[in-house]
Ligand binder design. Structure first.
Ligand code: C5P
Length: 233
């Protein structure tokens, strides 16, 4: 099935407190966005990549990311929107007619692996929608606005969702259309599908598939990268 990866990279990175958007921060001398795109470039499960970027950065991405790093599978750089959901929708609207499966992955999760992409894409081909995630390790509390605990959640049922999230194309298109119609805002793409009453498969992912959000995540990322290099010898 023809599979396109949509990589939302249009965030401004306010929580990072650096002058530069986090997808361009360097990890071991390479921009985060390059680390992420290289895995999809090499993936046997992905035919083409659409990068969604800040509208003022389209040429910058072509000249400083795609050309120097020889990322040939990228077939389009699409201007993003106000929120992540708007950026993903812009990517979906730019899909070529023959696209059958869509795999969405945050630019700022550079530790994605071919194994996880494969599991997620295969599950979406079989069942319609799938995400990667991990069981929570800590006890989760619901806390009220005044800072007091309202509820302790049943940890045995709780997972943290990550990306990739993969979908049959028609399903993710209708989910985004329904979200626009209903004014629904979600923080991931499976939530848009869940609200249509469709079951989404959860695939056990990897605790190392972190999202780089705050400055301490970069320190963890350097350590993870060093450990994986050591393991490879
Ligand atoms: O902000 P957050 O960490 O949730 O961003 C996750 C991903 O979504 C990042 O790769 C970011 O660049 C992207 N994003 C986007 N458009 C936005 C906001 C975030 O493509 N308006």
């Amino acid at each position: 099935m023809r599979t396109v990866a949509i990589v939302p990279a249009a965030g401004s990175g306010n929580r990072m407190n650096r002058g530069v958007s986090k997808q361009y921060l360097t990890l071991a001398g390479k921009p985060l966005l390059v680390h992420t795109l290289e895995v999809f470039e090499a993936s046997a499960f992905v035919d083409a990549i659409l990068v969604v970027a800040p509208s003022q950065d389209l040429e910058f991405i072509r000249s400083t990311i795609l050309t120097p790093w020889n990322l040939k599978k990228v077939c389009g750089i699409i201007p993003g929107g106000m929120e992540r959901q708007d950026s993903v929708r812009a990517g979906i609207e730019a899909l070529s007619p023959e696209t059958e499966l869509v795999v969405i992955h945050d630019a700022v999760r550079p530790f994605i692996t071919e194994g996880l992409i494969g599991s997620c894409v295969r599950a979406a081909a079989e069942e319609g929608a799938a995400t990667v995630g991990v069981p929570v390790k800590d006890t989760v509390k619901e806390v009220g606005p005044e800072g007091r605990i309202l509820r302790t959640c049943d940890r045995s049922l709780l997972w943290l969702t990550q990306t990739p999230q993969a979908f049959r194309r028609d399903l993710i298109e209708s989910a985004h259309r329904a979200a626009v119609r209903d004014g629904y805002r979600g923080t991931d793409d499976t939530s848009l599908v869940e609200r249509l009453g469709i079951a989404v498969r959860m695939i056990r992912g990897d605790y190392g598939n972190i999202k780089i959000t705050t400055p301490e995540d970069l320190v963890i990322a350097e350590a993870l990268l060093a450990a994986s290099r050591q393991a490879k010898g």
